[in-house]
Design a protein around this ligand. Structure first.
Ligand code: AP5
Ligand code: MG
Length: 190
């Protein structure tokens, strides 16, 4: 199995790049944000709960998110590997992921972080907000709050994976195609 944590702040391009990577390397893409948004659309109990946090740019509670992630992994336990997009977002979630994969006889192979400056992130997200219908893209205040939450709760995971020799940082600014090439040059060496 090849398991990649595709990491980066809101708007870094995780979803965009995961779509290419999953095809070129035959991996299952799990975006916790996308799974939450599907649940919001179909008005499930999980969706209603998640919405109350997501609309403010806050993290959904860990136990809810990790259970959901576990279900997604178990649904695909015979696959080639996973791209985790938007998960883990703190050490609790990283430890949970370790256990979930260990129980599948597997592990995280690499954490690849897309590095993008805050001002570029804000621009990208507000631009998407004009058409996405995503409540958390709709105001600069919420977008900046998501970025703040990333620095205060999530960015620490770079150190967490670096200590395990699994951290790779790449420049996430440039054309989508160039960033895909940078990403592939890391993945192809794993
Ligand atoms: P989530 O859905 O994960 O959103 P996010 O991390 O805030 O980031 P985005 O999905 O908005 O950005 P992205 O990095 O995927 O970039 P994208 O490719 O879309 O999470 C949403 C919420 O769900 C969280 O705030 C939280 O509430 C909850 N949640 C999710 N996971 C959780 C967890 N594990 N624990 C707790 N809560 C959780 O690109 C962004 C835009 O930029 C697009 O318009 C794209 O077209 C454009 N773009 C991409 N690449 C480029 C480029 N190279 N040049 C120019 N534009 C580009
Ligand atoms: Mg995304």
């Amino acid at each position: 199995m090849l398991n990649i944590v595709l990491f980066g702040p809101p708007g870094a391009g995780k979803g965009t790049q995961a779509n290419f990577l999953k095809q070129s390397h035959n991996l299952i893409h799990i975006s916790t944000g996308d799974v939450f948004r599907k649940n919001i659309k179909s008005r499930t109990k999980l969706g209603n709960l998640a919405k109350s946090f997501m609309d403010k740019g806050l993290l959904v509670p860990d136990h809810v998110t990790t259970e959901m992630l576990k279900d997604e992994v178990l649904k695909n336990s015979n696959c080639n590997g996973f791209i985790f997009d938007g998960f883990p977002r703190n050490v609790f979630q990283a430890e949970a992921l370790k256990t979930i994969l260990f129980n599948q006889g597997s592990t995280v192979d690499a954490m690849i972080a897309l590095e993008v400056s805050d001002e570029v992130l804000v621009k990208r997200l507000l631009n998407r907000g004009k058409t996405s219908g995503r409540a958390d893209d709709s105001s600069e205040e919420i977008v900046r709050n998501r970025i703040k939450v990333y620095y205060s709760e999530t960015a620490i995971l770079k150190k967490y994976y670096d200590k395990q020799g699994k951290y790779y940082g790449i420049n996430g600014v440039g054309t989508i195609d160039n960033i895909t090439k940078r990403l592939n040059s890391v993945v192809n060496k794993l």
